[in-house]
Design a protein around this ligand. Structure first.
Ligand code: NAD
Length: 274
């Protein structure tokens, strides 16, 4: 299967479904990423703090796929925020990935208590201007953080990667994104495989389509326009999660999933993360 694409606000084209590798140990990452590439994934989401950029890079190289067919995202970790430290962190990530550019570079968390995300963003603007990254974006930014970037910097983030799943639908943030041409990317799109996958509403829809709960949730994201990066190290699930382009939820099903929004975070509130 080949994922549909979305076009970012700078014209760069990105697969709407990719493979996330959080919590995959470096010595298992090459295997998992190789399985994903075989299954048809072309977008990989890693981060310096995941400590698996080396394994990820090995799988990218071993795949023999042309670089321009791959879409690689990595992120600057909180402890490296600030202008020069971000530039150094970017070089270190490229080295570990064994790449000479990444497709998308993100600020991992705003860390407003550090008050460095504006300087960090200016470093990303420089990397973008220097052609070392095809697009720049943020992660875990709330509207207030995005507004501050809009007031004090020049490049609008291409994308904001945030916790988003049926139990946390991020209505306010998604509205801000669409007003400002920022793509919404959902992390933990399956709610980390916890409660949301076992929800009876999702289960009934899945049964009706002859699909799995994970496939129904991913379909819901895609139909909302979200970019998704589900994670699995199980080959059958890796394949299952990309086999979602040949069916469509109807309006009633979309409304039923909309009804599951309880505002429940699995991760920290970005304003309180420390
Ligand atoms: P996810 O929602 O993708 O869930 C993954 C878990 O769900 C798996 O470990 C497995 O237990 C289960 N699962 C996966 N496929 C399944 C299937 N088909 N059937 C049943 N169970 C299945 O959670 P995630 O890994 O937290 O998020 C995905 C990616 O998002 C991460 O790997 C990472 O790349 C990114 N992420 C980013 C941030 C951030 O701060 N920017 C935070 C968390 C995650």
């Amino acid at each position: 299967s080949e994922a549909p694409t979305i076009t970012l606000n700078n014209g760069v084209v990105m697969p709407q479904l990719g493979f996330g590798v959080w919590q995959v140990p470096d010595n298992e990452a090459a295997e998992a990423v190789s399985r994903a590439l075989e299954a048809g994934y072309r977008s990989i989401d890693t981060a310096a703090v995941y400590e698996n950029e080396v394994g990820t890079g090995k799988a990218l190289a071993a795949s023999g796929l042309p670089r321009e067919e791959l879409f690689v995202t990595t992120k600057v970790w909180n402890s490296e925020q600030g202008h020069n430290s971000t530039l150094r962190a970017f070089d270190a990530s490229l080295d570990r990935l064994a790449l000479d550019y990444v497709d998308l570079y993100l600020i991992h968390w705003p860390m407003p208590m550090f008050d460095t995300y504006v300087d960090t963003w200016r470093a990303l603007e420089k990397l973008y201007a220097d052609g070392r990254v095809r697009a720049i974006g943020v992660s875990n930014f709330k509207p207030a953080h995005l507004r501050r970037l809009a007031e004090e910097t020049s490049v609008v983030p291409a994308l904001n990667q945030v916790e988003l799943h049926p139990a946390l639908q991020q209505g306010e943030l998604r509205a801000y994104h669409s007003e400002h041409s920022i793509t919404t990317e959902a992390w933990s799109p399956l709610g980390q495989g916890k409660d949301v996958l076992a929800d009876p509403v999702i289960g009934r829809i899945a049964e009706r389509y002859g699909r799995t709960p994970a496939q129904v949730i991913l379909r819901w994201h895609l139909q909302l326009g979200n970019v998704v990066i589900p994670k699995s190290v199980t080959p059958s699930r890796i394949r299952e999660n990309i086999d979602v382009f040949d069916f469509e939820l109807d309006e009633d099903d979309m409304a039923a999933v909309a009804g599951l929004d309880s505002g429940t975070r699995l991760g920290p509130d970005p304003d309180e993360m420390d």
